[in-house]
Design a binder for this molecule. Sequence first.
Ligand SMILES: NC(=O)c1ccc[n+]([C@@H]2O[C@H](COP(=O)([O-])OP(=O)(O)OC[C@H]3O[C@@H](n4cnc5c(N)ncnc54)[C@H](OP(=O)(O)O)[C@@H]3O)[C@@H](O)[C@H]2O)c1
Length: 274
Amino acid sequence: MHIIDGRKIARKIEKEIIEKSQHKKPHIATILVGGNEESELYAKLKEKACRRVGFDSETIRFHEDVTKEEIIREIKKLNENDEVHGIMIQLPLPEIDYSEIASAIDPDKDVEGVHPCNMGMTMLNREFLVPCTPLAVIKILEHEGVDVKGKNVVIVNHSNIVGKPLAAMMLNRNATVSVCHVYTDNLAEHTSTADIIISGAGVKGLITDRHVREGSIVIDVGIVKEGEKICGDVDFDAVKEKAGMITPVPGGVGPVTIACMLENALRAYEIRKS
Ligand SMILES: NC(=O)c1ccc[n+]([C@@H]2O[C@H](COP(=O)([O-])OP(=O)(O)OC[C@H]3O[C@@H](n4cnc5c(N)ncnc54)[C@H](OP(=O)(O)O)[C@@H]3O)[C@@H](O)[C@H]2O)c1
């Protein structure tokens, strides 16, 4: 069994970004709503990552009673500002429809790949700016030398930012894909035949050794906070005895997701300058 080191993969991606981005300095703006401790933490992690590769970043903070219209006004200003190359919205957004906010971002500055145009391009196998977590899953598998073509991939998550785009990206690479969610009857029946399981339910211990077949690849996207500790969907200690490869939480998909955001930011910058 091999434990996948997400931090090592992220460092490799960041090193490649530094090499590719000489004399290029993308500027990324993040919109953060409310005083949510976790959102602050993620925004800081992204700012730190930008500094590591020499990108500029700023966080624009709004009080939690901000209106949708005010956020969209700010996004329009950022869209028109030639000094800004990438725009991100830190989730969660209290009481505000995320899809309307995502649709306001200039698709060429959409470093999280959430604008309907970018989602559509992904569906059409013309991937340009794709959501960072699905991209991280793809990068991890590529790094580990796993070709998904013809593989039986089971995704446990059907959200717009994880499961749906990931399913499209897997189909683009000719995997055979099943997507499970909270209404899926007998989850183990699906996951236990998979070559690759990707779970992002945010439910601690959802995937046990009973859900996994011998030698399969298990990618844990879930993040569950328990006091000061963070864990994923997968019962790591039990599943690692059966899986061929497994990502830990923390230190798995998370760091690679941030590195993928940097990669998207560089792509967005290059588009503006070309
Ligand atoms: N590692 C990273 O970089 C990263 C990045 C983004 C998100 N995350 C984490 O990934 C998880 C998913 O994020 P998200 O934004 O996609 O969350 P989300 O919108 O809440 O989606 C969760 C998905 O899991 C499904 N689900 C929930 N409970 C389930 C169960 N018991 N059995 C089967 N399916 C179940 C949900 O189905 P229904 O919609 O039918 O309820 C939904 O499709 C969260 O833990 C989040 O913190 C990690």
